[in-house]
Design a binder for this molecule. Structure first.
Ligand SMILES: C[C@](O)(C(=O)O)[C@H](CC(=O)O)C(=O)O
Length: 519
């Protein structure tokens, strides 16, 4: 049955042409760094039958050029997070890119705000990107129309900003299974994003107040997620960028032991105690707080990785032999146990089931080596890499980027000056803090973001004005806002007719009335 004429030859020819076009796209120097585990045929079979193009692709190319230029110059783009289009209309005067942070969206763009547990609806951030992108188009259009009202000579004196700063957005962990990740990627592209970042965190498992912040997923799941996004970008035929963020360096748990590539870092008990969950349940029944019961158990359990457990029991010589065979990428616990049995005289007790959390997570040893491994493994799927670090440990920053650059010398990196960074406490001098961004740029960290400026940053401004308004009423508004914004250089606001879009509205009336709108 068919409602169109069934020309099988034409259908086959169109499919083969599509396959050839995709293969050509993939050979483009712009995509040379990418490797896919799937074929052009598979992508062609997943495409629509009508051509569709997305501004996201254009913005992706624009971002690529901006960042590549920084890489070549050893400089970087410094931006910050916002969800507010008016803020974007100002930041483009100094920033080349805009960041839409999940944490900010979760706090101010949803019906039920809250801490950054990435527990907001999966389409929250794409919707904010769409809002911002459309606002950028508005500012771009009204500026262009305003300029075109003037002669070429007059335009030399008018301001001109690039409002279409590429948007980088937080894709978090993809929000569930692969089909959700695919839909998320699709929505981001449709919204006009230039790049999204996707991480290796588990959904729904952040707990900050009790110090059990983050949980990662196995390497295999991380790979699948990123592949799903790359596949969706390919299906849509866009040059939208994908940033592979990795949180392994500062996470406390992993959801599963299924992937041997993670076994080196999974922590077990080396004392044969009752399981942690049972100890906590009993302790709490006796009136102990959760954290106290947990920490008591942890202090008795001899928590360490299997390799460390072997080191405790082996002689120096035995351990050296063991390490040479058993400590390498991807060696499973089963294999490690076999090697230990063969080489170490003493029995090594190690049980990674005992410390499992109530939710079933396994304990994880955060460290730089694992982010290096994950970053290198997934690099061919993405355009950039971000090792999320809570603490400004310069040694770790240098180690991570140097190691990845040994394999991918042209890799571009991102860095987030996330939440609680305390440079003084970490021993940084004022000079080091000042040159921090420039020093990182030399490591290839071309995109640097202060993601959550909009919380404390806007709060400071709002609190200051609210006090003045309460104290001085309209006199306060006139002095604090109205007068300074009208004095040259005039601040953007409703009083500036071009900014507010008044000339644009007039132009609509004029064109409809058949009048001329250019000189
Ligand atoms: C970048 C981030 O994902 C965000 O949502 O803005 C957060 C920010 C933060 O915790 O300060 C993150 O780094 O996880």
């Amino acid at each position: 049955m068919s409602n169109v004429s069934l020309d099988l030859d034409a259908e086959e020819a169109a499919f083969q042409a599509q396959v050839a076009a995709i293969e050509k796209e993939w050979q483009n120097p712009r995509q040379a760094h990418l490797q896919r585990p799937y074929s052009a045929e598979s992508i062609a079979a997943l495409r629509n039958t009508i051509p569709i193009t997305y501004p996201s692709s254009f913005q992706g190319d624009k971002l690529w050029n901006i960042l590549k230029t920084h890489l070549a110059n050893g400089t970087c783009e410094k931006t910050f997070g916002t969800t507010e289009p008016t803020v974007v209309s100002q930041m483009v005067k100094h920033q080349q890119t805009v960041y839409v942070s999940g944490a900010l969206c979760g706090l101010s763009e949803v019906q039920h705000p809250g801490c950054d547990h990435a527990d907001y609806p999966w389409d929250t951030v794409p919707k904010v990107v769409e809002k911002i992108f459309k606002a950028q188009l508005f500012h771009d259009q009204r500026q262009h129309q305003f300029r075109m009202r003037h002669s070429k000579e007059e335009r030399a004196k008018l301001e001109k900003y690039d409002f279409m700063a590429p948007i980088i957005a937080d894709g978090d962990m993809g929000f569930g299974g692969l089909t959700t990740t695919v839909k998320l990627a699709k929505l981001f592209v449709e919204a006009g994003v230039a790049m999204i970042h996707l991480d290796d965190l588990a959904i729904g498992l952040k707990k900050f107040t009790v110090g059990e912040g983050r949980t990662v997923v196995p390497t295999s799941e991380y790979l699948s997620r990123l592949t799903a996004v790359r596949m969706q970008f390919d299906v849509m035929g866009t040059n939208t960028l994908l940033m592979c963020r990795c949180d392994t360096d500062r996470s406390q748990f992993i959801t599963s032991t299924i992937d041997p590539r993670d076994h080196e870092y999974i922590i077990g008990a080396t004392k044969d105690l009752d399981p942690l969950v049972e100890y906590i349940a009993q302790g709490m029944a006796e009136g102990k707080p959760y954290v106290q019961a947990r920490d008591e158990w942890k202090s008795q359990a001899g928590l360490m990785t299997f390799d460390q457990a072997v080191k405790e029991k082996a002689t120096e010589e035995e351990y050296q032999q063991y390490a040479s065979k058993a400590i390498a990428y991807g060696i499973s616990l089963k294999e490690k146990r076999r090697i230990a049995k063969e080489l170490v005289k003493q029995d090594v007790f190690f049980d990674w089931e005992l410390p499992r959390s109530k939710e079933g997570q396994y304990m994880w040893k955060p460290n730089v080596k694992t982010i290096v491994e994950r970053a290198i493994l997934v690099a061919p799927l993405g355009d950039m890499t971000w090792a999320r670090m809570d603490a400004p440990v310069w040694k770790d920053i240098v180690e991570f980027h140097t190691e990845v650059r040994k394999v991918y010398p042209d890799r571009m990196f991102a860095f987030g000056f996330t939440g609680m960074y305390n440079y003084e406490a970490a021993g940084f001098t004022q000079e080091q803090i000042k040159s921090f961004s420039d020093d990182m740029a030399k490591l290839g960290i071309v995109w640097q973001v202060q993601p959550i400026w909009s919380v404390a940053g806007l709060n400071i401004t709002a609190e200051k004005f609210s006090k003045e308004w309460q104290r001085d009423g309209i006199a306060g508004y006139i002095e604090a806002i109205s007068k300074p914004s009208r004095a040259p250089p005039i601040v953007d606001g409703f009083h500036k007719l071009s900014y507010a879009g008044s000339y644009l509205a007039d132009a609509f009336f004029a064109v409809v009335a058949g009048e001329k709108i250019v000189p």
